[in-house]
Design a protein around this ligand. Structure first.
Ligand code: G1P
Length: 297
């Protein structure tokens, strides 16, 4: 069986939920403590065994490409000043994986963006990581999904239960059996993109982690626009579910949606609290703030 070595990160979206910040800056470059959000996603892929990463960008995402490239001038200056630790940190980013970039010229949807990876990926399984979904779990979910792909020889998507009031923001799965808890793998019978709450078949929402068999590309090739007039990967996955099979990997913990202001702030605060350098002073600051604001019970 071919190992999952390649990952695709679609990063072409406009980030309209985060305006005005994203007027000119890519949403993937928003800092979470001291790293851009997309670097966490790349590090997660690498921790799960990925060696080759294709990032799908769009015309105003140059900073994303620059971040994973060498920065000769900066490196030269850091070297001249003897700032070895900073130099190593900067160089290590480009060495995380083999990086490739292609541009999605027109915003035709997530399915279209992923379909652009067909030539690069070829006839092997691959992971897809949506960069808005930040997973702080030591790559547990992605690694578990790769194992589930290898065991079942069929595509796997991450699922999480959400309140019914939120299901219309996600892809939604019907499964053949109840998910028994964290890490459980369930067979998916049907998928629907962003259903209205009263039409949703369950409260199991698709989160932005996928491990696909290369046959996904065949389904995407013939795809017609779905919800929002865009080519939806969820629709191509629904076809996989009734054909060669599709599994869900259910998890509960560790996900932040950094494309949403509220959840982005939660990510920054929670990650700052466990940061080895900042953690203890930031904790003291928060506890003092909580007292001043009357937040403690
Ligand atoms: C995309 C997918 C959706 C999935 C979601 C996860 O939607 O189309 O199926 O549930 O990501 O974050 P978007 O958030 O890009 O609208």
């Amino acid at each position: 069986m071919v190992k999952v070595r390649k990952a695709v990160i679609p990063a072409a979206g406009l980030g309209t939920r985060f305006l005005p910040m994203t007027k000119v800056a890519p949403k993937e470059m928003l800092p979470v403590v001291d790293k851009p959000a997309i670097q966490y996603v790349v590090e997660e892929a690498v921790a799960a065994g990925i060696e080759d990463i294709l990032i799908i960008t769009s015309p105003h995402k140059k900073l994303v490409e620059d971040h994973f490239d060498r920065a000769f001038e900066l490196e030269h200056r850091l070297e001249a000043k003897g700032k070895t630790a900073a130099l190593e940190q900067v160089k290590a980013i480009g060495d995380l994986a083999r990086f490739h970039f292609i541009r999605q010229g027109e915003p035709l949807g997530l399915g279209h963006a992923i379909g652009m990876a067909a030539n690069h990926v070829g006839d092997e399984p691959f992971a897809v990581l949506l960069p808005d979904d930040l997973m702080v779990d030591d790559a547990k979910v992605l690694s578990g999904m790769i194992s589930a792909y290898e065991e079942n020889e069929a595509s796997v998507v991450a699922l999480r239960q959400v309140p019914m009031s939120e299901i219309s923001s996600y892809g939604c799965a019907s499964t053949e059996a109840e998910a028994s808890g964290d890490g459980s793998v369930v067979k998916i019978s049907h998928l629907v993109e962003k259903p209205a709450a009263e039409e949703a078949p369950s409260n199991l929402a698709v989160m932005g982690r996928y491990v696909f068999s290369p046959s996904l590309f065949r389904e995407l090739e013939g795809a017609t626009p779905g919800v929002g007039g865009e080519i939806q990967v969820t629709d191509a996955m629904a076809t996989l579910a009734t054909g060669e099979g599709l599994f869900g990997y259910v998890f509960t913990e560790g996900r932040y949606d950094t494309g949403m202001k509220q959840d982005y702030l939660r990510a920054v605060v929670e990650l700052a609290l466990v940061d080895p350098e900042l953690g203890s002073t930031f904790r003291a600051f928060l506890s003092d703030l909580a007292k001043r604001e009357g937040l403690t019970g």
